[in-house]
Ligand binder design. Sequence first.
Ligand code: FDA
Ligand code: NAD
Length: 435
Amino acid sequence: MADKSFKYVILGGGVAGGYAAREFAKQGVQPGELAVISKEAVAPYERPALSKAYLFPESPARLPGLHVCVGSGGERLLPDWYKEKGIELILSTEIVKADLPGKTLISADGKSFKYQILIIATGSTVIKLSDFGVQGADAKNIFYLREIDDADKLNEAIKAKKNGKAVIVGGGGYIGLELGAALRINNLDVTMVYPEPWCMPRLFTSGIAAFYEGYYANKGIKIIKGTVAVGFSANSEGEVTEVKLKDGNVLGADIAVVGVGGRPLTALFKGQVEEEKGGIKTDGFFKTSVPDVYAVGDVVTFPLKLYNENRRVEHVDHARKSAEQAVKAIKASEEGKSIDAYDYLPYFYSRAFDLSWQFYGDNVGDTVLFGDSNPASPKAKFGSYWIKDGKVVGAFLEGGTPEENKAVANVARVQPPVENVDQLAKEGLSFASKI
Ligand code: FDA
Ligand code: NAD
């Protein structure tokens, strides 16, 4: 006998879980039909805030201010909202076993939950340095950032180590660049370390990266490239004191922050559901290979129709939109109707210091850099286009207005032909604005 039984269960109370719950409420759900199960102790919130406003020294963002769906300008879903809708929010509950054929989930404290339809929204977890056996990586004051508890611990250390030294390991990734800025704003002495020749190499061209590296240097941040952390020293209290690098350098550290990538949380379903490219494989309605099981957000490898390829996307816009698409598909199929398959335009963004960039589309092919990318400019505004098979397929813009960002999104979607690349570089943003 199951402890609890629901028509719909969303497993994971993160961004996708929260947006899926809102979509269920929009589409119509009866009290008692839907449960959201999450190992976090709080209702779904906008995770991107954790590496930005949550760490500000002045007027930091805090719950309940950052519950979903404020990040996309929507209604803020407080715990009472779930109560009013008759949606059961089952928090601080980790599912440790999933029996997909038996349609049952088992929690760490031995409770069982039955469902008719399951939405997997377990997101990602951090890759840890201890996973590669880095010596001393379990010292105190070495931080990872994924959940709100991690951010609370980091905030405490920032206060305790006022004006101290911080080393960011994996500083050239998303977490690294955002946390490097947040720690500097908190007046720590920041050094960022990463193996690649420039930051964000999977997305940024060397030209884009040169701007951010210059800007960070002007803010007093030291950047060490081409090496990795191979060990940590600690004092008698077990607190980190040094980061040892592969190139022989040793950096003093009161705090170390590690952002060396994420891994989708698919382990519960291994062998039960088809996977591809490290994610749970779905169709354009986020249906998995198992009947009545859907997956959304960071964990899914889905058909990216625009590029005719299956991909996984670890960004918040897709988490929100895939969740909405899955719920719409579930509700439509119950009524014998159909909806259009997901047709996603990849959208990533970041904010740090006074900077703010957006990227749309695909970063493949040749590139042109346009605008003012001098890191010393008081109001730098620049961008890049990616051109493949004579068409613009991707666009990046730093410092754009909402209208300009809309224009670059439109260019990436429309994929206009380019006759002359030099001309495109000269036209820059105005090329996008006239499409
Ligand atoms: P998400 O991680 O949000 O939620 C998964 C939930 O499932 C968590 O609550 C987890 O505890 C729970 N869970 C997992 N396993 C479970 C189990 N077995 N039992 C119960 N619960 C379980 N993107 C972007 O585009 N712009 C940005 O600026 C940022 N910024 C950013 C900052 C930080 C600090 C992070 C960590 C990430 C970002 N992102 C981002 C990425 C973005 O936040 C991410 O893509 C979405 O949160 C993914 O949403 P999901 O719901 O898939 O996972
Ligand atoms: P990432 O993949 O962006 O960056 C990882 C960085 O660590 C890279 O520079 C990589 O070369 C480096 N690295 C890898 N192994 C290393 C090692 N052994 N030593 C030193 N450096 C090493 O991942 P992340 O920044 O950790 O982000 C984690 C997740 O959070 C991702 O899913 C990301 O999309 C998400 N996130 C997104 C945003 C955003 O979209 N603005 C912001 C924060 C986090």
